[in-house]
Design a protein around this ligand. Structure first.
Ligand SMILES: *Cc1c(COP(=O)(O)O)cnc(C)c1O
Length: 228
C-alpha cells in the first residue's frame, strides 16, 4: 500500500467521523484531492485507491497533468485565481471552476466553453474576511452574482466556495463557515444549488459540522508542498 492510499483512507475516516458527529450521512460529502505541486504518479496512486476528483491552482501545471491523465476518468476542479486571459484554457480543460468571483470572468467562461462539452460546473468564491488581498466576492454581492451566473448558458451554477483566513483561530473559522452556510442556504432553493465547498486538511471537521458538502484536501493526502 502506498502512502497516498493510507492517507486517503485516513481522510475518509475523518470525513465519516465528522459526519457522524453532525448526524449527517458521509455520502453527502465529496472529497476533492488537491494535487497542486504534486506529480501525476501520486495522482495515479490516488486514482488506484478510488479517488477520482482532483483540484489544481496553477493553470500551466494543471494542463500538463490533465493531458497526462487523459482518458483516466479523473474529474478536474480549478481552485486558483483566475486571470481573464486564462479563461479559455480553464473552460477547455476543467469540469469545475470553484473560484469565480466576478461576472466578467463567468461570461468569458460561458462564451468559451465548447458547445459539445457538458456545462462547466461553477462555485462562487465568497470573501469572508476584510483583507482586500483575499480573493472572492463579498457576501453582499453574491446574490446578484448568483442570479446573473445562473443565466449563462454554458455554465451550471452549483454553489459557493470559501477559504477562511489562515491566521484565524478555531472559533473564528467556525463563524466563517457558518456565515458561508447561511448565505448558501439563502440561495440554494432558488438556484437549485447542491454544493457548499469548504474545509481543507486542517479544518474539514469544522466545515462538515457547519454543513460543507465538498472538502478540498491537499496536504493530508499528498504530503507537504515544496512550493505554492
Ligand atoms: C491548496 C488549497 C487547498 C488544500 O489545502 P490543504 O491545507 O493542503 O489541504 C484547498 N483549497 C484551496 C483553495 C487551496 O488553494
Amino acid at each position: 500500500m502506498t502512502g497516498v492510499t493510507v492517507a486517503l483512507r485516513m481522510i475518509r475516516d475523518r470525513i465519516a467521523t465528522a459526519s457522524g458527529h453532525s448526524g449527517r450521512d458521509c455520502a453527502e460529502i465529496r472529497l476533492v484531492a488537491v494535487s497542486k505541486t504534486h506529480s501525476p504518479v501520486l495522482i495515479e496512486q490516488a486514482m488506484a485507491a478510488g479517488q477520482c476528483e482532483f483540484a489544481e491552482n496553477y493553470l500551466q501545471e494543471a494542463i500538463g497533468k490533465i493531458q497526462n491523465l487523459a482518458g483516466s476518468g479523473a474529474i478536474w476542479h480549478f481552485i486558483g485565481r483566475i486571470q481573464s486571459n486564462k479563461t479559455r484554457d480553464i473552460a477547455r480543460h476543467f469540469d469545475w471552476v470553484q473560484t469565480v468571483d466576478r461576472l466578467r470572468i463567468a461570461q468569458r467562461l460561458s462564451d468559451q466553453r465548447a458547445v459539445d462539452a457538458a456545462p462547466l460546473n461553477i462555485c462562487l468564491q465568497v470573501r469572508l474576511s476584510d483583507d482586500p488581498a483575499r480573493p472572492g466576492a463579498v457576501p453582499a454581492d453574491i446574490p446578484a452574482l448568483a442570479a446573473a451566473v445562473s443565466q449563462l448558458s454554458r455554465l451550471r451554477l452549483r454553489g459557493l466556495m470559501c477559504m477562511p483566513p489562515v491566521e484565524t483561530d478555531a472559533a473564528a473559522t467556525a463563524r466563517h463557515f457558518a456565515d458561508c452556510r447561511d448565505l448558501y442556504q439563502s440561495l440554494a432553493v432558488r438556484h437549485s444549488l447542491d454544493t457548499l465547498s469548504m474545509g481543507t486538511s486542517g479544518d474539514l471537521e469544522a466545515a462538515i459540522a457547519a454543513g460543507s458538502t465538498l472538502v478540498r484536501v491537499g496536504t493530508a493526502i499528498f504530503g507537504s508542498r515544496t512550493s505554492g
